[in-house]
Ligand binder design. Structure first.
Ligand code: HEC
Length: 129
Protein backbone atom coordinates (compact mmCIF):
# COMPACT_ATOMS: atom_id res chain seq x y z
CA UNK A 1 0.00 0.00 0.00
CA UNK A 2 1.39 3.37 -0.99
CA UNK A 3 0.19 5.60 1.82
CA UNK A 4 1.05 8.82 0.08
CA UNK A 5 -1.07 7.82 -2.93
CA UNK A 6 -3.81 6.55 -0.65
CA UNK A 7 -3.82 9.89 1.15
CA UNK A 8 -4.14 11.71 -2.15
CA UNK A 9 -7.02 9.48 -3.17
CA UNK A 10 -8.79 10.24 0.09
CA UNK A 11 -8.19 13.97 -0.38
CA UNK A 12 -9.62 13.74 -3.90
CA UNK A 13 -12.63 11.77 -2.68
CA UNK A 14 -13.28 14.37 0.02
CA UNK A 15 -12.98 17.21 -2.47
CA UNK A 16 -15.33 15.59 -4.97
CA UNK A 17 -18.66 15.65 -3.15
CA UNK A 18 -18.31 19.40 -2.67
CA UNK A 19 -18.18 19.84 -6.43
CA UNK A 20 -20.68 17.13 -7.23
CA UNK A 21 -23.14 18.34 -4.60
CA UNK A 22 -26.63 17.83 -5.92
CA UNK A 23 -29.50 20.06 -4.95
CA UNK A 24 -32.70 18.49 -3.66
CA UNK A 25 -34.36 19.64 -6.86
CA UNK A 26 -31.75 17.87 -9.02
CA UNK A 27 -32.17 14.64 -7.04
CA UNK A 28 -35.95 14.94 -7.33
CA UNK A 29 -35.66 15.36 -11.09
CA UNK A 30 -33.26 12.43 -11.38
CA UNK A 31 -35.74 9.86 -10.05
CA UNK A 32 -38.44 10.93 -7.57
CA UNK A 33 -40.42 12.84 -10.20
CA UNK A 34 -41.18 9.54 -11.97
CA UNK A 35 -43.87 8.90 -9.37
CA UNK A 36 -44.17 12.14 -7.41
CA UNK A 37 -44.94 14.36 -10.43
CA UNK A 38 -47.99 12.33 -11.41
CA UNK A 39 -49.02 10.80 -8.09
CA UNK A 40 -48.53 7.27 -9.45
CA UNK A 41 -49.55 4.54 -6.97
CA UNK A 42 -50.78 7.29 -4.62
CA UNK A 43 -47.45 9.04 -4.27
CA UNK A 44 -47.90 12.47 -2.65
CA UNK A 45 -47.52 14.92 -5.55
CA UNK A 46 -45.01 17.73 -5.67
CA UNK A 47 -46.70 20.94 -4.48
CA UNK A 48 -49.83 19.14 -3.20
CA UNK A 49 -50.30 20.81 0.19
CA UNK A 50 -53.20 18.53 1.13
CA UNK A 51 -51.03 15.44 0.69
CA UNK A 52 -47.90 16.91 2.25
CA UNK A 53 -49.23 18.82 5.28
CA UNK A 54 -49.79 15.71 7.42
CA UNK A 55 -46.45 14.27 6.27
CA UNK A 56 -44.61 17.50 7.10
CA UNK A 57 -46.14 17.30 10.60
CA UNK A 58 -44.38 13.95 11.16
CA UNK A 59 -41.13 15.92 11.23
CA UNK A 60 -38.12 15.84 8.94
CA UNK A 61 -36.20 13.01 10.65
CA UNK A 62 -39.18 10.65 10.95
CA UNK A 63 -40.64 11.25 7.48
CA UNK A 64 -37.27 11.06 5.72
CA UNK A 65 -36.37 7.83 7.53
CA UNK A 66 -39.72 6.18 6.74
CA UNK A 67 -39.50 7.05 3.06
CA UNK A 68 -35.83 5.94 2.95
CA UNK A 69 -36.73 2.51 4.35
CA UNK A 70 -39.76 2.32 2.01
CA UNK A 71 -43.51 2.65 2.57
CA UNK A 72 -45.97 0.54 0.53
CA UNK A 73 -45.60 1.79 -3.08
CA UNK A 74 -42.60 3.93 -2.13
CA UNK A 75 -39.46 1.89 -2.90
CA UNK A 76 -36.50 2.01 -0.48
CA UNK A 77 -34.02 4.75 -1.47
CA UNK A 78 -36.52 5.94 -4.06
CA UNK A 79 -35.65 2.86 -6.13
CA UNK A 80 -31.98 3.78 -6.62
CA UNK A 81 -29.68 1.50 -4.57
CA UNK A 82 -26.80 3.95 -5.10
CA UNK A 83 -28.69 6.87 -3.58
CA UNK A 84 -26.95 8.46 -0.58
CA UNK A 85 -29.00 9.33 2.49
CA UNK A 86 -27.87 12.92 2.16
CA UNK A 87 -29.11 13.29 -1.42
CA UNK A 88 -32.31 11.45 -0.60
CA UNK A 89 -33.09 13.68 2.36
CA UNK A 90 -32.46 16.81 0.30
CA UNK A 91 -35.03 15.60 -2.22
CA UNK A 92 -37.51 14.97 0.62
CA UNK A 93 -36.91 18.53 1.89
CA UNK A 94 -37.38 19.87 -1.64
CA UNK A 95 -40.75 18.13 -1.94
CA UNK A 96 -41.86 19.14 1.57
CA UNK A 97 -40.95 22.75 0.79
CA UNK A 98 -42.91 22.61 -2.47
CA UNK A 99 -45.99 22.20 -0.31
CA UNK A 100 -45.44 24.70 2.49
CA UNK A 101 -42.62 23.07 4.49
CA UNK A 102 -39.60 25.04 5.65
CA UNK A 103 -37.05 22.26 5.81
CA UNK A 104 -33.35 22.77 5.26
CA UNK A 105 -30.90 20.48 3.53
CA UNK A 106 -29.88 18.15 6.36
CA UNK A 107 -26.84 19.06 8.45
CA UNK A 108 -24.83 16.31 10.19
CA UNK A 109 -27.09 16.55 13.24
CA UNK A 110 -30.22 16.02 11.16
CA UNK A 111 -28.58 13.15 9.26
CA UNK A 112 -27.78 11.46 12.60
CA UNK A 113 -31.41 11.95 13.71
CA UNK A 114 -32.63 10.40 10.43
CA UNK A 115 -30.31 7.41 10.92
CA UNK A 116 -31.64 6.92 14.47
CA UNK A 117 -35.22 6.94 13.12
CA UNK A 118 -34.19 4.53 10.36
CA UNK A 119 -32.96 2.01 12.98
CA UNK A 120 -36.22 2.35 14.93
CA UNK A 121 -38.29 1.87 11.80
CA UNK A 122 -36.41 -1.25 10.75
CA UNK A 123 -36.79 -2.70 14.25
CA UNK A 124 -40.54 -1.91 14.26
CA UNK A 125 -41.05 -3.50 10.85
CA UNK A 126 -39.15 -6.62 11.94
CA UNK A 127 -41.44 -6.98 14.99
CA UNK A 128 -44.55 -6.95 12.83
CA UNK A 129 -43.42 -9.88 10.72
C1 HEC B 1 -41.70 4.05 -8.05
C2 HEC B 1 -42.41 5.24 -7.62
C3 HEC B 1 -41.70 6.17 -6.63
C4 HEC B 1 -40.47 6.75 -6.73
C5 HEC B 1 -39.45 6.62 -7.85
C6 HEC B 1 -40.32 7.58 -5.54
N1 HEC B 1 -41.44 7.48 -4.75
FE1 HEC B 1 -41.73 8.40 -2.96
N2 HEC B 1 -43.55 7.50 -2.79
C7 HEC B 1 -44.13 6.68 -3.75
C8 HEC B 1 -45.44 6.25 -3.29
C9 HEC B 1 -46.39 5.35 -4.05
C10 HEC B 1 -45.63 6.85 -2.02
C11 HEC B 1 -46.86 6.72 -1.11
C12 HEC B 1 -46.63 5.55 -0.18
C13 HEC B 1 -47.85 5.31 0.68
O1 HEC B 1 -48.02 6.04 1.66
O2 HEC B 1 -48.63 4.40 0.36
C14 HEC B 1 -44.42 7.63 -1.73
C15 HEC B 1 -44.22 8.33 -0.57
C16 HEC B 1 -43.11 9.13 -0.31
C17 HEC B 1 -42.94 9.91 0.88
C18 HEC B 1 -43.89 9.95 2.07
C19 HEC B 1 -43.59 8.75 2.95
C20 HEC B 1 -44.59 8.49 4.04
O3 HEC B 1 -44.17 8.19 5.17
O4 HEC B 1 -45.80 8.57 3.78
C21 HEC B 1 -41.74 10.57 0.75
C22 HEC B 1 -41.10 11.51 1.75
C23 HEC B 1 -41.17 10.17 -0.53
N3 HEC B 1 -42.04 9.29 -1.15
C24 HEC B 1 -39.97 10.63 -1.01
C25 HEC B 1 -39.40 10.21 -2.22
C26 HEC B 1 -38.10 10.65 -2.71
C27 HEC B 1 -37.22 11.65 -1.98
C28 HEC B 1 -37.88 10.02 -3.90
C29 HEC B 1 -36.68 10.13 -4.81
C30 HEC B 1 -35.38 9.97 -4.22
C31 HEC B 1 -39.04 9.16 -4.15
N4 HEC B 1 -39.93 9.32 -3.13
C32 HEC B 1 -39.19 8.34 -5.27
C33 HEC B 1 -43.57 6.30 -4.95
C34 HEC B 1 -42.31 6.64 -5.39
Amino acid sequence: MNWKLAGMAVAAALALPAQAQQSGEAVYKSICFACHATGAANAPKLGDAKAWTPLIKEGQAVLTAHAWVGVRGMPPKGGNPNMSLEDFSKAVAYMANSAGGKWKDPDPKMLAAIQAEEKKRIADLAKKK
